[in-house]
Write a protein of this length. Structure first.
Length: 171
């Protein structure tokens, strides 16, 4: 019989188990960071959606040369007036029956108007893109778990421009 001095180029079962164990430990550390990344991405997407709706309403008001409203679809919840969704409509109709565009948020979030804007389901922009009725104020965007999800605070000035900053949401 002949014996070969060639080595095998494969993995042993022990090497494979050690590699899988190391990969599992690394995944255990990476998963919470990935979940946080996903939550932050969702919050950013939601606040960008709201800012886009404001910008769209302003630009349509100047393009059409008349009033255009950003309208909450269901403002029955005082703590989440804008959360169920919102639309942009021509004029100041107060509903979303004939919208120019409809916006929806991702996931379960609250979008609550505060201060002067509290309980106001409509923001109307005039033909120059300015916010009417002195409704300049803030809207708070919070996620489901206020302890883990830092929110966003959208401040809208009298010119209709929006500014976003991080916010601490309280349950």
């Amino acid at each position: 019989m002949r014996q070969s001095n060639q080595k095998s180029n494969g993995f042993t079962i022990i090497e494979l188990l050690v590699a899988l164990t190391i990969a599992a430990v690394m995944m255990a550390f990476a998963l919470p960071a990935f979940n946080d990344f996903t939550v932050q991405r969702q919050m950013t997407a939601n606040v960008n959606q709201f800012i886009s709706a404001i910008s769209y309403a302003r630009s349509e008001a100047t393009r059409l040369g008349g009033d255009v409203s950003l309208q909450a679809e269901d403002a029955s919840d005082d703590e989440n007036e804008w959360g169920p969704g919102f639309c942009v409509t021509a004029g100041d109709p107060g509903d979303c029956n004939n919208p120019l565009r409809v916006f929806r948020l991702e996931g379960t979030v609250t979008l609550n108007a505060e201060g002067v804007m509290d309980d106001e389901p409509t923001m109307t922009f005039n033909s120059r893109g300015l916010l009417q009725d002195d409704l300049a104020g803030t809207i708070e965007l919070c996620g489901v778990d206020a302890d883990d999800d830092p929110g966003r605070l959208v401040t809208i000035n009298a010119l209709g421009r929006a500014n976003v900053e991080r916010d601490v949401c309280f349950p």
